[in-house]
Design a protein around this ligand. Sequence first.
Ligand SMILES: Cc1ncc(COP(=O)(O)O)c(C=O)c1O
Length: 402
Amino acid sequence: MTWTSSPPGTPVTDAVLAAAADRTLPAYLYDLRHLADHLARIRAAFDGVDAQIELLHAVKANPDPALLTVIAEHVHGLEVASGGELAHVRAHLPGVPLAFGGPGKTDAELTAALAAGVDRYHVESRHELRRLDALARAAGQRVQVLLRVNLPTGFGGGAALTMGGMPSPFGMDPAEAAAAAADLAELPGIQVVGVHAHLASGLAPADCAALAEVVLSWAAQFGRRHHLALREVNVGGGMAVDYRRPDQIFDWAGYARRLAAIAAKHPSLTIRIEPGRAISAYSGWYATRVLDLKPSHGEWFAVCAGGTHHLRTPAAKGHDQPVVVVPAEQWDCPWPRPSVTAEPITFVGQLCTPKDVLARQVRLPGIAAGDLVVFAMCGAYGYNISHHDFLMHPAPTVVHLR
Ligand SMILES: Cc1ncc(COP(=O)(O)O)c(C=O)c1O
Protein backbone atom coordinates (compact mmCIF):
# COMPACT_ATOMS: atom_id res chain seq x y z
CA MET A 1 0.00 0.00 0.00
CA THR A 2 1.43 3.43 -0.90
CA TRP A 3 1.10 6.13 1.72
CA THR A 4 2.63 9.41 2.79
CA SER A 5 3.04 10.76 6.27
CA SER A 6 3.72 13.89 8.24
CA PRO A 7 6.02 14.17 10.06
CA PRO A 8 8.38 11.61 8.52
CA GLY A 9 8.78 8.59 10.77
CA THR A 10 5.12 8.57 11.77
CA PRO A 11 4.58 4.97 12.89
CA VAL A 12 2.01 2.83 11.13
CA THR A 13 1.97 -0.87 10.34
CA ASP A 14 0.59 -2.71 7.29
CA ALA A 15 -1.83 -4.51 9.59
CA VAL A 16 -3.22 -1.18 10.80
CA LEU A 17 -3.58 0.18 7.26
CA ALA A 18 -5.24 -3.01 6.03
CA ALA A 19 -7.68 -3.04 8.94
CA ALA A 20 -8.45 0.67 8.51
CA ALA A 21 -9.20 0.20 4.81
CA ASP A 22 -11.58 -2.61 5.67
CA ARG A 23 -13.63 -1.22 8.57
CA THR A 24 -16.44 1.18 9.25
CA LEU A 25 -14.76 4.52 9.88
CA PRO A 26 -14.00 6.52 11.93
CA ALA A 27 -12.30 3.83 13.97
CA TYR A 28 -9.77 3.47 16.74
CA LEU A 29 -7.34 0.69 15.95
CA TYR A 30 -5.29 -0.79 18.76
CA ASP A 31 -2.41 -3.11 17.90
CA LEU A 32 -2.10 -5.34 20.96
CA ARG A 33 1.06 -7.09 19.76
CA HIS A 34 2.71 -3.72 19.18
CA LEU A 35 1.74 -2.77 22.73
CA ALA A 36 3.07 -6.04 24.20
CA ASP A 37 6.41 -5.59 22.39
CA HIS A 38 6.67 -1.99 23.62
CA LEU A 39 5.96 -3.08 27.20
CA ALA A 40 8.44 -5.95 26.97
CA ARG A 41 11.14 -3.41 26.04
CA ILE A 42 10.16 -1.19 28.97
CA ARG A 43 10.25 -4.13 31.38
CA ALA A 44 13.62 -5.24 29.99
CA ALA A 45 14.97 -1.76 30.74
CA PHE A 46 14.01 -2.04 34.43
CA ASP A 47 14.88 -5.74 34.73
CA GLY A 48 18.32 -4.80 33.38
CA VAL A 49 19.22 -2.60 36.36
CA ASP A 50 19.88 -3.62 39.93
CA ALA A 51 17.26 -1.58 41.78
CA GLN A 52 13.87 -1.96 43.42
CA ILE A 53 11.72 -0.22 40.82
CA GLU A 54 8.05 -1.08 40.39
CA LEU A 55 6.08 -0.17 37.31
CA LEU A 56 2.44 0.85 37.69
CA HIS A 57 0.23 2.18 34.90
CA ALA A 58 -2.16 5.15 35.10
CA VAL A 59 -5.49 3.80 33.81
CA LYS A 60 -6.69 7.32 32.93
CA ALA A 61 -4.47 7.19 29.83
CA ASN A 62 -6.77 4.59 28.27
CA PRO A 63 -9.27 2.36 30.05
CA ASP A 64 -9.83 0.05 27.05
CA PRO A 65 -10.13 -3.42 28.67
CA ALA A 66 -8.13 -5.23 25.97
CA LEU A 67 -5.27 -2.75 26.35
CA LEU A 68 -5.38 -2.98 30.13
CA THR A 69 -5.28 -6.78 29.92
CA VAL A 70 -2.04 -6.64 27.92
CA ILE A 71 -0.59 -3.91 30.14
CA ALA A 72 -1.45 -5.77 33.35
CA GLU A 73 0.77 -8.67 32.24
CA HIS A 74 3.81 -6.39 32.28
CA VAL A 75 3.29 -4.12 35.29
CA HIS A 76 3.21 -4.49 39.06
CA GLY A 77 -0.17 -2.80 39.36
CA LEU A 78 -2.58 -0.18 38.05
CA GLU A 79 -3.29 3.31 39.32
CA VAL A 80 -6.98 4.24 39.30
CA ALA A 81 -8.18 7.77 39.96
CA SER A 82 -11.95 7.44 40.45
CA GLY A 83 -14.60 5.06 41.66
CA GLY A 84 -15.48 4.50 37.99
CA GLU A 85 -11.96 3.39 37.06
CA LEU A 86 -11.80 1.27 40.20
CA ALA A 87 -15.03 -0.60 39.37
CA HIS A 88 -14.01 -0.93 35.71
CA VAL A 89 -10.61 -2.44 36.50
CA ARG A 90 -11.94 -4.74 39.21
CA ALA A 91 -14.61 -6.01 36.76
CA HIS A 92 -12.11 -6.74 33.98
CA LEU A 93 -8.96 -7.59 35.94
CA PRO A 94 -10.08 -8.70 39.38
CA GLY A 95 -6.69 -9.74 40.76
CA VAL A 96 -4.48 -6.81 39.75
CA PRO A 97 -2.93 -4.77 42.61
CA LEU A 98 -4.39 -1.25 42.67
CA ALA A 99 -3.27 2.15 43.85
CA PHE A 100 -6.11 4.64 44.30
CA GLY A 101 -5.23 8.27 43.55
CA GLY A 102 -6.95 11.41 42.39
CA PRO A 103 -8.05 14.64 44.06
CA GLY A 104 -11.58 14.95 45.47
CA LYS A 105 -12.33 11.33 46.39
CA THR A 106 -15.87 10.97 47.74
CA ASP A 107 -16.78 8.88 50.79
CA ALA A 108 -18.62 6.52 48.44
CA GLU A 109 -15.44 6.08 46.36
CA LEU A 110 -13.27 5.49 49.42
CA THR A 111 -15.81 2.99 50.75
CA ALA A 112 -15.79 1.18 47.40
CA ALA A 113 -11.99 1.13 47.48
CA LEU A 114 -12.02 -0.39 50.98
CA ALA A 115 -14.47 -3.05 49.82
CA ALA A 116 -12.35 -3.74 46.73
CA GLY A 117 -9.18 -4.25 48.78
CA VAL A 118 -7.13 -1.48 47.17
CA ASP A 119 -3.42 -1.92 48.02
CA ARG A 120 -2.32 1.73 48.28
CA TYR A 121 -4.15 5.00 48.81
CA HIS A 122 -2.55 8.16 47.44
CA VAL A 123 -3.95 10.72 49.86
CA GLU A 124 -4.19 14.31 48.74
CA SER A 125 -5.03 16.31 51.90
CA ARG A 126 -5.26 16.18 55.68
CA HIS A 127 -9.04 16.15 55.47
CA GLU A 128 -8.96 13.20 53.07
CA LEU A 129 -6.57 11.40 55.43
CA ARG A 130 -9.00 11.85 58.34
CA ARG A 131 -11.98 10.72 56.25
CA LEU A 132 -10.09 7.64 55.05
CA ASP A 133 -9.07 6.84 58.63
CA ALA A 134 -12.67 7.01 59.83
CA LEU A 135 -13.96 4.88 56.95
CA ALA A 136 -11.13 2.35 57.25
CA ARG A 137 -11.69 1.90 60.98
CA ALA A 138 -15.44 1.52 60.41
CA ALA A 139 -14.57 -1.24 57.92
CA GLY A 140 -12.16 -2.85 60.41
CA GLN A 141 -9.12 -2.06 58.26
CA ARG A 142 -5.75 -0.34 58.57
CA VAL A 143 -4.82 0.95 55.14
CA GLN A 144 -1.45 1.64 53.51
CA VAL A 145 -1.09 5.24 52.43
CA LEU A 146 1.28 7.32 50.35
CA LEU A 147 1.00 11.04 51.10
CA ARG A 148 0.80 12.92 47.81
CA VAL A 149 2.98 16.02 47.98
CA ASN A 150 3.38 19.13 45.89
CA LEU A 151 7.04 20.00 46.23
CA PRO A 152 8.65 23.33 45.42
CA THR A 153 11.15 21.62 43.15
CA GLY A 154 12.48 24.76 41.50
CA PHE A 155 12.47 22.54 38.45
CA GLY A 156 11.77 24.50 35.30
CA GLY A 157 12.77 22.03 32.60
CA GLY A 158 10.54 21.62 29.53
CA ALA A 159 7.41 19.93 30.90
CA ALA A 160 4.35 19.86 28.65
CA LEU A 161 1.97 19.83 31.62
CA THR A 162 2.92 20.95 35.12
CA MET A 163 0.88 19.76 38.09
CA GLY A 164 3.15 20.63 40.98
CA GLY A 165 5.90 22.92 42.22
CA MET A 166 3.35 25.77 42.00
CA PRO A 167 -0.16 26.46 43.35
CA SER A 168 -2.31 23.48 42.34
CA PRO A 169 -5.15 21.34 43.70
CA PHE A 170 -2.93 18.25 43.64
CA GLY A 171 -1.35 16.88 46.80
CA MET A 172 -0.10 18.63 49.91
CA ASP A 173 2.43 21.38 50.39
CA PRO A 174 5.37 20.27 52.57
CA ALA A 175 3.92 22.14 55.57
CA GLU A 176 0.56 20.37 55.11
CA ALA A 177 2.32 17.02 54.77
CA ALA A 178 4.21 17.74 58.01
CA ALA A 179 0.91 18.54 59.73
CA ALA A 180 -0.57 15.32 58.31
CA ALA A 181 2.36 13.37 59.75
CA ALA A 182 1.65 14.94 63.14
CA ASP A 183 -2.04 13.98 62.81
CA LEU A 184 -1.13 10.30 62.45
CA ALA A 185 -1.01 9.71 66.21
CA GLU A 186 -4.80 10.10 66.17
CA LEU A 187 -5.38 8.06 63.00
CA PRO A 188 -5.01 4.36 63.83
CA GLY A 189 -6.65 3.30 60.57
CA ILE A 190 -3.76 4.78 58.55
CA GLN A 191 -0.27 3.42 58.00
CA VAL A 192 1.84 5.86 56.00
CA VAL A 193 4.27 3.73 53.99
CA GLY A 194 5.48 6.29 51.50
CA VAL A 195 5.26 9.48 49.51
CA HIS A 196 3.70 10.10 46.11
CA ALA A 197 4.42 12.95 43.70
CA HIS A 198 3.31 13.41 40.12
CA LEU A 199 4.61 16.87 39.33
CA ALA A 200 4.77 17.12 35.56
CA SER A 201 4.10 15.35 32.27
CA GLY A 202 6.09 15.42 29.04
CA LEU A 203 9.56 15.03 30.52
CA ALA A 204 12.71 13.72 28.85
CA PRO A 205 14.54 10.92 30.71
CA ALA A 206 17.16 13.19 32.35
CA ASP A 207 14.48 15.63 33.59
CA CYS A 208 12.25 12.79 34.72
CA ALA A 209 15.12 11.28 36.73
CA ALA A 210 16.14 14.68 38.15
CA LEU A 211 12.59 15.17 39.41
CA ALA A 212 12.59 11.66 40.90
CA GLU A 213 15.79 12.48 42.77
CA VAL A 214 14.21 15.62 44.24
CA VAL A 215 11.20 13.60 45.40
CA LEU A 216 13.25 10.74 46.85
CA SER A 217 15.58 13.03 48.77
CA TRP A 218 12.65 14.98 50.14
CA ALA A 219 10.81 11.76 51.11
CA ALA A 220 13.85 10.32 52.89
CA GLN A 221 14.23 13.51 54.94
CA PHE A 222 10.51 13.67 55.63
CA GLY A 223 10.54 10.07 56.91
CA ARG A 224 13.50 10.77 59.21
CA ARG A 225 12.03 14.02 60.53
CA HIS A 226 8.66 12.45 61.37
CA HIS A 227 9.93 9.00 62.44
CA LEU A 228 7.99 7.29 59.69
CA ALA A 229 9.30 3.95 58.42
CA LEU A 230 8.78 4.80 54.76
CA ARG A 231 9.43 2.02 52.30
CA GLU A 232 8.30 3.37 48.94
CA VAL A 233 8.19 6.54 46.90
CA ASN A 234 5.96 6.84 43.87
CA VAL A 235 7.46 9.45 41.55
CA GLY A 236 4.48 9.47 39.19
CA GLY A 237 4.34 9.34 35.42
CA GLY A 238 5.06 12.08 32.93
CA MET A 239 7.48 10.31 30.57
CA ALA A 240 7.47 12.30 27.33
CA VAL A 241 5.60 11.42 24.18
CA ASP A 242 6.74 13.81 21.48
CA TYR A 243 3.95 14.21 18.92
CA ARG A 244 6.21 16.37 16.74
CA ARG A 245 8.89 13.68 16.57
CA PRO A 246 7.09 10.32 16.55
CA ASP A 247 10.33 8.37 16.08
CA GLN A 248 11.86 9.80 19.30
CA ILE A 249 10.63 7.23 21.81
CA PHE A 250 11.36 7.86 25.51
CA ASP A 251 14.70 6.22 26.36
CA TRP A 252 13.51 3.74 29.00
CA ALA A 253 16.90 2.07 29.34
CA GLY A 254 18.61 5.43 29.99
CA TYR A 255 15.91 6.41 32.46
CA ALA A 256 16.17 3.07 34.27
CA ARG A 257 19.95 3.51 34.62
CA ARG A 258 19.53 7.01 36.06
CA LEU A 259 16.79 5.84 38.41
CA ALA A 260 18.95 2.93 39.59
CA ALA A 261 21.78 5.35 40.43
CA ILE A 262 19.32 7.41 42.50
CA ALA A 263 17.86 4.27 44.13
CA ALA A 264 21.35 3.26 45.26
CA LYS A 265 21.42 6.36 47.49
CA HIS A 266 18.14 5.27 49.15
CA PRO A 267 18.43 1.48 49.55
CA SER A 268 15.48 1.20 51.96
CA LEU A 269 13.04 2.74 49.45
CA THR A 270 11.28 1.04 46.56
CA ILE A 271 10.71 3.42 43.67
CA ARG A 272 7.37 3.21 41.93
CA ILE A 273 6.58 4.90 38.65
CA GLU A 274 3.12 5.22 37.07
CA PRO A 275 3.38 6.28 33.44
CA GLY A 276 0.25 6.73 31.36
CA ARG A 277 0.73 8.01 27.83
CA ALA A 278 4.23 6.66 27.26
CA ILE A 279 2.85 3.13 27.67
CA SER A 280 -0.03 3.11 25.18
CA ALA A 281 0.25 6.20 22.95
CA TYR A 282 2.19 4.48 20.17
CA SER A 283 -0.09 1.45 19.88
CA GLY A 284 -3.30 3.25 18.88
CA TRP A 285 -4.41 4.88 15.60
CA TYR A 286 -7.51 6.86 14.70
CA ALA A 287 -8.60 6.21 11.12
CA THR A 288 -11.07 8.17 9.07
CA ARG A 289 -11.69 9.41 5.54
CA VAL A 290 -11.65 12.80 3.85
CA LEU A 291 -15.31 13.76 3.43
CA ASP A 292 -14.59 17.06 1.74
CA LEU A 293 -11.64 19.09 0.60
CA LYS A 294 -11.79 22.80 -0.06
CA PRO A 295 -9.85 26.03 -0.27
CA SER A 296 -10.75 28.83 2.13
CA HIS A 297 -9.15 32.26 1.97
CA GLY A 298 -5.89 30.85 0.71
CA GLU A 299 -5.72 27.71 2.88
CA TRP A 300 -6.81 24.12 2.21
CA PHE A 301 -9.02 22.16 4.59
CA ALA A 302 -9.61 18.40 4.61
CA VAL A 303 -12.88 17.84 6.43
CA CYS A 304 -12.74 14.34 7.89
CA ALA A 305 -15.45 12.10 9.29
CA GLY A 306 -15.26 12.27 13.10
CA GLY A 307 -13.07 14.87 14.75
CA THR A 308 -12.09 16.11 18.18
CA HIS A 309 -15.19 14.58 19.82
CA HIS A 310 -13.32 11.31 19.19
CA LEU A 311 -9.76 12.61 19.48
CA ARG A 312 -9.55 15.76 21.56
CA THR A 313 -5.86 15.58 22.50
CA PRO A 314 -4.42 17.64 19.64
CA ALA A 315 -6.91 20.45 20.31
CA ALA A 316 -6.42 20.25 24.08
CA LYS A 317 -2.64 20.13 23.95
CA GLY A 318 -2.21 22.27 20.86
CA HIS A 319 -0.20 19.84 18.78
CA ASP A 320 -0.64 18.45 15.27
CA GLN A 321 -1.50 14.78 15.39
CA PRO A 322 0.97 12.82 13.21
CA VAL A 323 -0.88 11.62 10.13
CA VAL A 324 -0.62 9.05 7.35
CA VAL A 325 -2.64 9.47 4.15
CA VAL A 326 -3.43 6.55 1.84
CA PRO A 327 -4.84 7.59 -1.56
CA ALA A 328 -8.19 5.97 -2.36
CA GLU A 329 -8.36 4.55 -5.85
CA GLN A 330 -12.10 4.50 -6.06
CA TRP A 331 -14.18 7.58 -6.90
CA ASP A 332 -17.86 6.83 -7.56
CA CYS A 333 -19.29 10.31 -8.11
CA PRO A 334 -19.96 11.50 -11.70
CA TRP A 335 -18.36 14.91 -10.98
CA PRO A 336 -14.64 15.69 -10.58
CA ARG A 337 -13.03 14.58 -7.37
CA PRO A 338 -11.89 17.42 -5.05
CA SER A 339 -8.13 17.12 -4.82
CA VAL A 340 -5.03 19.25 -4.35
CA THR A 341 -1.29 18.75 -4.64
CA ALA A 342 1.62 20.41 -2.88
CA GLU A 343 -0.49 22.62 -0.62
CA PRO A 344 -0.40 22.58 3.20
CA ILE A 345 -3.56 20.90 4.48
CA THR A 346 -5.40 21.51 7.74
CA PHE A 347 -7.26 18.40 8.92
CA VAL A 348 -10.52 19.17 10.67
CA GLY A 349 -13.54 17.16 11.82
CA GLN A 350 -17.30 17.48 11.53
CA LEU A 351 -17.95 19.73 14.53
CA CYS A 352 -19.35 23.26 14.32
CA THR A 353 -16.40 24.84 16.05
CA PRO A 354 -13.11 26.23 14.72
CA LYS A 355 -11.39 24.27 17.50
CA ASP A 356 -12.19 20.97 15.80
CA VAL A 357 -8.68 20.70 14.35
CA LEU A 358 -6.61 17.52 14.32
CA ALA A 359 -3.52 18.80 12.50
CA ARG A 360 -2.63 22.17 10.96
CA GLN A 361 -0.80 23.08 7.78
CA VAL A 362 0.40 19.55 7.10
CA ARG A 363 2.76 19.20 4.16
CA LEU A 364 1.95 16.20 2.00
CA PRO A 365 2.44 15.61 -1.73
CA GLY A 366 -1.31 15.60 -2.29
CA ILE A 367 -4.71 14.62 -0.99
CA ALA A 368 -8.19 13.99 -2.37
CA ALA A 369 -11.72 13.50 -1.11
CA GLY A 370 -12.22 9.87 -0.13
CA ASP A 371 -8.60 9.29 0.90
CA LEU A 372 -7.92 7.23 3.99
CA VAL A 373 -6.47 9.30 6.82
CA VAL A 374 -4.82 7.53 9.73
CA PHE A 375 -3.70 9.55 12.74
CA ALA A 376 -0.92 7.90 14.73
CA MET A 377 -0.01 8.06 18.45
CA CYS A 378 -3.66 7.93 19.49
CA GLY A 379 -3.41 5.15 22.05
CA ALA A 380 -3.42 7.44 25.11
CA TYR A 381 -5.79 10.22 26.17
CA GLY A 382 -7.71 9.67 22.92
CA TYR A 383 -11.38 8.73 22.94
CA ASN A 384 -11.68 8.67 26.74
CA ILE A 385 -10.81 12.37 27.21
CA SER A 386 -12.92 13.56 24.27
CA HIS A 387 -16.28 15.33 24.40
CA HIS A 388 -18.26 12.51 22.78
CA ASP A 389 -21.74 13.96 22.90
CA PHE A 390 -21.17 17.32 21.26
CA LEU A 391 -23.27 17.29 18.04
CA MET A 392 -24.33 13.67 18.69
CA HIS A 393 -22.25 12.04 16.00
CA PRO A 394 -21.85 8.27 16.34
CA ALA A 395 -19.05 6.76 18.40
CA PRO A 396 -16.04 5.39 16.50
CA THR A 397 -15.62 1.68 15.76
CA VAL A 398 -12.99 0.08 17.99
CA VAL A 399 -10.74 -2.57 16.46
CA HIS A 400 -8.19 -4.69 18.32
CA LEU A 401 -5.43 -6.18 16.21
CA ARG A 402 -4.08 -9.31 17.90
C1 LIG B 1 -1.33 11.03 39.51
C2 LIG B 1 -0.97 10.75 38.10
N1 LIG B 1 -0.13 9.74 37.83
C3 LIG B 1 0.23 9.44 36.56
C4 LIG B 1 -0.27 10.16 35.49
C5 LIG B 1 0.15 9.78 34.11
O1 LIG B 1 0.80 10.82 33.47
P1 LIG B 1 1.40 10.59 32.00
O2 LIG B 1 0.30 10.08 31.17
O3 LIG B 1 1.89 11.92 31.58
O4 LIG B 1 2.50 9.58 32.15
C6 LIG B 1 -1.13 11.23 35.73
C7 LIG B 1 -1.66 12.03 34.64
O5 LIG B 1 -2.35 12.98 34.78
C8 LIG B 1 -1.49 11.54 37.08
O6 LIG B 1 -2.33 12.53 37.35
